[in-house]
Design a protein around this ligand. Structure first.
Ligand code: 5AD
Ligand code: SF4
Length: 484
């Protein structure tokens, strides 16, 4: 594109920006989803518009995840595919870029293994994409590696404008992690904990709501460790921030993720009691039920500390549903350690959870520990844990049958007249639904439960979250299956 760029059209000659295709593939956590959306916003003024396939793009960005080995390896296979596709389609001018945590951790390795990559940048430098792009256009053939942790936060330079994200959107409020769990790369790839100032968070939230957002999920690697500078000059925690955000007119729902048990302070717990907009669903990773392993993981809490926090949360908000992350096969994990994890799962009862086989990450303290758990043992444990968690999820979903719950409708389903929304507890809900409820909250009577979704019917003739749903609106064709 750079050497043999087409000659300027009359529009371009008159100063209009040339339209170019941008394809971003996002791996990993919601933080990366947020970052990808912001990369798009940074590039939009340069004429980049999202396209749905990499072969249509002038620029492809892989926004990568380094959390487990498999996630990082996927990047190298995807790069090989992209190069082949680029060569086959004759798009030799296509820019291939790698951002995110693999870029941060293995930038030089990427340029060595994939020299056709033009740009490698970390999670803290994507606001400089226009400058990086200009440098590439100037020095064709030169690759750029930009994995600094700049003193100036990227948030100070990101554009105010952002593309519509739909009724439910992410807002990054905190980044980085100072916890140093011994298995985790995040403190190295994302850097030290940093909280955005309250004023800029509130401003961004107000703009989002004005743009049609009804639900905001506050994001941070350690979001409840938030220590944000308040407009009153005091330090604000997450509880106080939630109370202030809930005051925004038109913002109906608030969520936050991901949290650490140690940062679940009393004010935040009280916010779950006091702030109706704060949804009754919390992802609170515990990783293991064994105190010996929790110590080896440097989690700085015991399994009973976790139980006590859950009790307090459930006292504050009795309908709170919980989710967690678990690691099995951490070095030295015995049958008895694993049995304690199962016991904790049984004690707490999860609505949903993620579980992973331990994956040693270069540079982390746990990678140097001996006593690895044999793969087949770890596989068996993962399977038993997932069986238990799946059963809990199904039973939680089953218990929702007969309940009427407010659902935020986010997108069309596969069947005519069907829409998919989210329950307060993060379940996908399928229902026949009039178009004007798209992006709104309406009450749904749950009639069906699947492992990963619910199905139900809009409650008619009642005042549901301020929206009157008339019988006439629900004459859309009936669904054939709850999944849509
Ligand atoms: N191996 C396996 N799982 C990991 N996680 C983080 N690092 C590792 C690792 N080295 C899991 C943790 C964390 C989630 C995001 O990923 O459970 O909470
Ligand atoms: Fe990783 Fe632990 Fe920090 Fe979570 S709290 S990001 S698991 S180091």
């Amino acid at each position: 594109m750079l050497d043999d760029a087409p000659t300027a059209t009359p529009d371009e000659a008159a100063g209009a920006t040339r339209k170019r295709g941008l394809y971003i593939k996002t791996y990993g956590c919601q933080m990366n989803v947020y970052d990808s959306a912001r990369m798009s916003d940074v590039l939009a003024p340069l004429g980049f518009q999202p396209v749905s396939r990499p072969d249509q793009a002038d620029m492809v960005i892989l926004n990568t995840c380094h959390i487990r080995e498999k996630a990082a390896e996927k990047v190298f296979s995807e790069l090989g595919r992209l190069r082949d596709q680029r060569d086959e389609s004759g798009r030799h001018d296509q820019i291939i870029a790698v951002g995110g945590c693999v870029a941060q951790a293995e930038g030089e390795e990427i340029l060595r293994r994939a020299p056709y990559v033009s740009m490698v940048f970390g999670p803290q430098t994507y606001h400089t994409l226009p400058e990086m792009l200009a440098r590439i256009e100037r020095d064709t053939g030169q690759s750029i590696l930009n994995t600094d942790f700049p003193a100036e936060s990227k948030f100070d330079s990101l554009p105010e404008e952002f593309a519509s994200q739909g009724p439910s959107a992410f807002l990054s409020v905190q980044e980085g992690c100072d916890k140093f769990c011994t298995f985790c790369v995040v403190p190295y790839t994302r850097g030290a904990e940093f909280s955005r100032p309250v004023a800029t968070i509130l401003e961004e939230a107000r703009r989002m709501v004005a743009g049609g957002v009804r639900e905001i999920t506050l994001l941070g690697q350690n979001v409840n460790a938030l220590h944000a500078e308040g407009p009153d000059g005091r330090e604000w925690g997450l509880g106080r921030l939630c109370r202030a955000l809930a005051e925004i007119d038109g913002l109906e729902r608030l969520r936050y993720t991901t949290s650490h048990p140690r940062d679940m302070d009393d004010d935040l717990i009280a916010a779950h009691r006091d702030v109706p907009a704060l949804m009754p669903f919390l992802h609170l990773p515990v990783q293991s039920g064994s105190d010996r392993l929790l110590q080896a993981m440097n989690r700085k809490h015991t399994s009973d500390d976790y139980r006590r926090i859950v009790d307090k949360l459930r006292t504050a908000r009795p309908d709170l549903a919980l989710s967690s992350d678990f690691i099995v096969g951490f070095p030295g994990e015995t049958d008895s350690d694993f049995a304690q994890t199962l016991r904790l799962v049984n004690d707490v009862g999860y609505a949903q959870a993620y579980s992973f086989k331990y994956s040693p990450r270069p540079g982390t303290p746990a990678a140097g520990l001996g006593d690895p758990v044999p793969h087949d043992v770890a596989d068996d444990r993962l399977q038993s844990l997932q069986q238990l968690l799946n059963a809990q999820q199904q039973s939680f979903n089953d218990r929702c049958i007969g309940a009427t719950m407010p659902v935020l409708f986010e997108r069309p389903g596969r069947h005519p007249g069907q829409k998919i929304g989210r329950s307060p507890f993060m379940q996908s809900v399928h229902a026949q639904c009039p178009d004007r409820l798209q992006g709104r909250v309406a009450d749904v009577l749950i009639t069906r439960a699947r492992p990963n979704s619910l199905g139900g019917d809009i409650v008619t003739g009642v005042q549901a979250a301020g929206i009157r749903v008339d019988d006439a609106d629900t004459h859309a064709p009936r669904r054939t299956s709850p999944e849509g």
